[in-house]
Ligand binder design. Structure first.
Ligand code: GLV
Ligand code: GLV
Length: 333
């Protein structure tokens, strides 16, 4: 009989069609995220699960799915997965890197420009009927060309975001948690690897592309904002908890920094108190990867990963590849 795969939320058909050639696929019929109890009940007899960044994939989840041969995250970020626990149980897990790199980098630029040029605030005034005609001092923002761009987390997405700055002649600074240099950024942009404090002090625009880990949680807090320029704008398309959101609200209120463009939040779908009322914050509902192309490619990549795991093979983009490192019975020494 065909293996059973549960998909926790409807994804583009291309992925479902691919899975359905080999597996018996059930898709959550509701247009909403499942409750924890619904999720745990739905996976009870499944060999495979494709899930979302909003679902916690941990010991309790694995206990609820005793036949599981693999879990495929429909996201590049995987802070929702206890990878160590999956590995202990010899269950492969995968994510969707690469296919959403440009979409997310472009979203960061949309937020950068929206924050710099006060696009959303100005749009609101236009719609309100309050605009009385052109004025020399209306909606003055920050210029972008020639300003310094700071990339926190120069992985795939951070690198793509930085490369897109070439038309704007921006000096680029970046940080690296591993301390490793990014040869692409250094060769193509003369980017400089700097300590975090230097990036905070020198960048005019800071774009966050670091994964959420214990080291990056609340990396941007009141102390960090105090080191930034009062004209600086902060952009976040990674994970909300990298910013201490209450501290950001205070910094934006007090003019400690000039603006923020946020696609992600500390307690999604909620925003910190006061954030919704701030004109110098642009806020998006976590749409970084939301292009037709990217979401379709995420669906087919997640499906290919799932099919590989059901066949006992290493998925293309595996988060615990050591499970497949040495064939059983052999050791590599
Ligand atoms: C989205 O946030 C993702 O990690 O893919
Ligand atoms: C990290 O997840 C990246 O793709 O940059």
């Amino acid at each position: 009989s065909k293996p059973k795969v549960f998909v926790t939320r409807r994804i583009p058909d291309a992925g479902i069609d691919l899975l359905a050639q080999t597996a018996e696929v059930t898709v959550n019929p509701e247009d909403r995220t499942l409750s924890r109890a619904e999720l745990l009940a739905a996976v009870a007899d499944c060999q495979g699960v494709i899930g979302l960044l909003t679902e916690r994939i941990d010991a309790e989840f694995f206990d609820a799915a005793p036949q599981l041969k693999g879990y495929a995250n429909y996201a590049v970020g995987y802070d929702n997965i206890d990878v160590a626990e999956a590995t202990r149980r010899a269950i492969p897990v995968s994510n969707t890197p690469g296919v959403l790199t440009d979409a997310t980098a472009e979203c960061a630029w949309a937020l950068l420009f929206a924050a710099a040029r006060r696009v959303v605030e100005a749009d609101r005034v236009m719609r309100s009927g309050d605009w009385q005609g052109w004025g020399p001092l209306q909606f003055l923002g920050q210029g972008v060309r020639g300003k310094t761009l700071g990339i926190v987390g120069a992985g795939r997405i951070g690198t793509a975001m930085a490369l897109m700055s070439r038309g704007f002649d921006m000096p680029v600074l970046y940080t690296s948690s591993s301390g490793r240099r990014n040869a692409v950024l250094e060769d193509r942009l003369d980017a400089r690897l700097v300590p975090f404090e230097t990036l905070l002090a020198e960048a005019d625009f800071i774009s966050i592309h670091a994964p959420l880990t214990p080291d990056t949680r609340h990396l941007f807090n009141a102390a960090a904002f105090a080191r930034m320029k009062p004209t600086a704008c902060l952009v976040n398309t990674s994970r909300g908890p990298v910013i201490k959101e209450d501290d950001l609200v205070q910094a934006l209120k007090d003019g400690v920094i000039a603006g923020a463009g946020l696609d992600v939040f500390e307690r999604e779908p909620a925003m910190a108190d006061g954030l919704a009322g701030l004109e110098n914050a642009v806020v998006l509902p976590h749409i970084g990867s939301a292009t037709i192309e990217s979401r379709t490619d995420m669906a087919t990549l997640a499906a290919r990963n799932m099919l590989a795991m059901l066949a006992g093979q290493r998925p293309e983009t595996c988060l615990n590849p050591d499970l497949f490192a040495a064939p059983a019975g052999r050791t590599w020494t």
